[in-house]
Write a protein that binds this ligand. Structure first.
Ligand code: FAD
Length: 468
């Protein structure tokens, strides 16, 4: 349409609206708006907006990431689901069928993965095997070159290093088993009520820097305390330094993502022949509708985007580690391993090209001593959360909870190792920075979960629009 006509029609429309008093009447919000209208525009503490993330994720990243995660390297995750809960001992395993995890038979997992459970290349394997042998002998083998000895010592210390944000799962334990993540998808399990609340409650109350006197809005375990003023909570949060605020938002983002998944893969129907899984709109609304959740739902969804940006940033930073020629996604199938490495690098380059990255340089940027203390606090709180995962009373939820906290912990480790990664030699042993296979698998799978959540939000938005 000609611009002059468009302007005139617009002007006439505006005059009509003003003269007929229509400006007073707002159409009621639709179901989609009630979940999503506050989840748009700029995200707090970031220079990025939700719409840019949606476009980037849903059309450019998500399909390629799914393909990568279906490969053998990424689908098998070794986990110890039998570790006792270190905090309390009255865990009732929920006993639901949908909570069961089916571990792999030993012949299902490619030999290359089994023989190198925490190793990532032939060179690395050799190095670590030499190291293990040296440890058994009680000394570092003198025949190893000085360079190798140094790397060996660094890597053996790796799991206890002060850069690790997660309690390392004991994957060498006889209780640890490989799980095929594609056969044990994250979805609705029926784990809910006081047992599930207790886990979330401990995480928020004891590990998110929150004083007891400040109550979380809508906390189901805080009944009998009268209505909790959300203003008190949010003014406390706003008063925190950016790092502590980020910590709360990461956990809340993870919580939101888990709840998006269970709403998107809900058990809709069960017959003796089959189960039907799909989107449960009511479940989604109960958790994220602005009115039903007194404004909390949209905030939770924004935290999910915040988490997305943090993990995206970590992936963009770690590119030099994966670009090194000696890095392989080692499963023993040379052709597939090479193809997968190409796909992985393609994804990481795409991520690097994202224009509006979260800038974590503002993190821990204050006084050096204070920054060190804060980083240490941050790390210890996060390690505690990874231990709480052993208290989750549903194995399927425990599996995905462990994987996602390990993935987020790996992302944080990357973000705080920026200089080490930048100074890494282009080839040969790297002394300062290293990722185990477990960390790599959890990092990409955890990001895959958040990426899927963002994609699912588009599906829910469309479904909610279609019912109005
Ligand atoms: P919950 O989600 O249990 O939340 C408890 C309270 O926390 C809410 O009442 C609210 O006050 C607050 N809250 C809720 N969301 C947020 C948020 N995003 N940010 C801040 N505060 C919030 N269930 C499955 O079906 N499948 C799974 O795979 C699964 N995995 C889980 C993994 C873990 C580690 C845990 C602890 C639970 C898991 N659950 C899973 C259970 C699920 O997360 C819920 O706890 C359950 O569905 C009950 O939901 P709810 O509505 O009662 O509130």
């Amino acid at each position: 349409m000609d611009r002059g006509w468009g302007f005139l029609i617009g002007l006439l429309g505006a005059v009509w609206l003003l003269s007929s008093g229509h400006r007073e009447q707002q159409p009621p919000e639709t179901a989609a708006q009630r979940c999503f209208c506050q989840v748009s525009g700029y995200l707090d503490d970031c220079t990025c907006d939700v719409e840019t993330i949606d476009r980037f994720n849903n059309y450019r990243l998500f399909p390629r990431l799914q393909k990568l995660l279906e490969s053998d390297y990424f689908r098998y995750y070794k986990v110890n689901l039998k570790r006792p809960c270190p905090f309390w001992n009255d865990i009732s395993q929920c006993g639901r069928r949908d909570c069961a995890v089916k571990p792999c038979q030993s012949d299902e997992v490619p030999d290359g993965i089994k023989s190198a459970s925490y190793k990532y290349s032939e060179e690395a394997n050799n190095l670590i095997e030499e190291c293990e042998q040296a440890e058994r002998l009680g000394a570092v083998d003198e025949s190893l070159s000085e360079e190798t000895q140094k790397a060996v010592l660094q890597w053996t210390k790796h799991d206890d290093s002060s850069d690790n944000f997660c309690e390392a799962d004991d994957i060498q334990s006889p209780d640890a088993e490989y799980v095929d993540l594609l056969l044990n998808p994250e979805r609705y399990t029926g784990y809910k009520g006081p047992d599930a609340w207790k886990i979330w409650n401990v995480i928020y109350e004891e590990n998110c820097f929150k004083p007891q006197a400040i109550k979380r809005p809508l906390n189901p375990l805080a009944s009998g305390q009268g209505k909790i003023s959300e203003n008190t909570f949010y003014s406390w949060l706003e008063g925190l330094c950016v790092e502590k605020r980020a910590f709360y938002r990461l956990i809340s983002g993870l919580h939101a993502s888990i709840n998006v998944h269970l709403s998107a893969r809900y058990l809709l129907q069960e017959t003796w022949l089959e189960k039907k899984w799909g989107h449960n709109i009511t479940e989604f609304q109960q958790r994220f509708d602005g009115i039903l959740t007194e404004g909390e739902g949209p905030r939770r969804l924004k935290n999910l985007y915040f988490l997305y940006l943090i993990e995206l940033r970590a992936l963009s930073k770690v590119l030099p580690f994966f670009e090194r020629p000696d890095f392989q996604l080692f499963t023993g199938n040379k052709i597939q391993d090479e193809e997968n490495k190409m796909l992985l690098l393609e994804i990481l380059h795409e991520i690097k090209s994202f224009p509006l990255h979260f800038d974590e340089n503002s993190f821990f940027a204050g006084d050096k001593k204070e920054a060190h203390k804060l980083k240490e606090d941050f790390r210890l709180h996060f390690r505690n959360i990874s231990r709480i995962m052993d208290c989750v009373g549903c194995f399927k939820c425990r599996l995905w909870g462990k994987l996602q906290t390990q993935g987020l912990g790996t992302a944080l480790k990357i973000l705080f190792s920026e200089k080490l990664i930048a100074n890494m030699p282009e080839s040969g042993p790297s002394y300062e920075f290293h990722l185990t296979r477990q960390e790599i698998v959890s990092l990409f799978n955890a990001f895959g979960r958040i990426s899927t959540s963002v994609k699912e939000l588009e599906n829910f938005r469309n479904l909610l629009q279609s019912i109005h």
